[in-house]
Design a protein around this ligand. Structure first.
Ligand code: MN
Length: 154
């Protein structure tokens, strides 16, 4: 089963780095407002550099002077499966990825939809599918901490 991780990261601004294992890398998106369980809430997800698979375990401080300096916690993680047509790689290339998450906080179907790709950085939308895991509850507020430790950023 491929894995996903969401790292909550306080650098210049607080954001959530959403990463999906696709092939031998973590495809990555920075989600300024974090994920939502509400299918009506479309969250901006800005595509950022791929990360190594080993990075999914990282929690701690990125030192001053380095790119992304600031604190990182593992906000959620688990495995996922592709729910749309074709492989995750094919869906990624087409700009419409449908998947089911099995995390501690996020469960059920989500879609990542690419808006424009002429413009860098490439912007996508992260949207919860309307299924039994959809909810109006703001999980970024009700469950702010790490799933690996007692760390919180707030
Ligand atoms: Mn980040």
């Amino acid at each position: 089963m491929p894995k996903f991780v969401i790292q909550k990261h306080r650098s210049k601004t607080l954001h959530y780095d959403f990463r999906l294992e696709i092939g031998d890398v973590l495809k990555s998106w920075a989600v300024p407002r974090g994920p939502s369980l509400n299918p009506k809430e479309k969250r901006l997800a800005v595509e950022v550099d791929d990360h190594a698979l080993s990075y999914m375990h990282f929690e701690g401080e990125i030192p001053q002077g380095s790119y992304g300096a600031g604190e990182v916690i593992v906000w959620d993680r688990g495995d996922y499966s592709c729910a749309g047509e074709g492989t995750a790689q094919e869906q990624y290339e087409k700009g419409s990825l449908l998947f089911e998450l099995r995390g501690k906080k996020l469960k059920g179907g989500f879609r990542l939809l690419r808006m424009k790709w002429e413009e860098k950085p490439v912007k996508w939308l992260l949207v919860k599918q309307d299924d039994e895991h959809a909810s109006p509850v703001d999980v970024t507020k009700t469950m702010p901490g790490s799933v690996l430790s007692m760390r919180r950023l707030d």
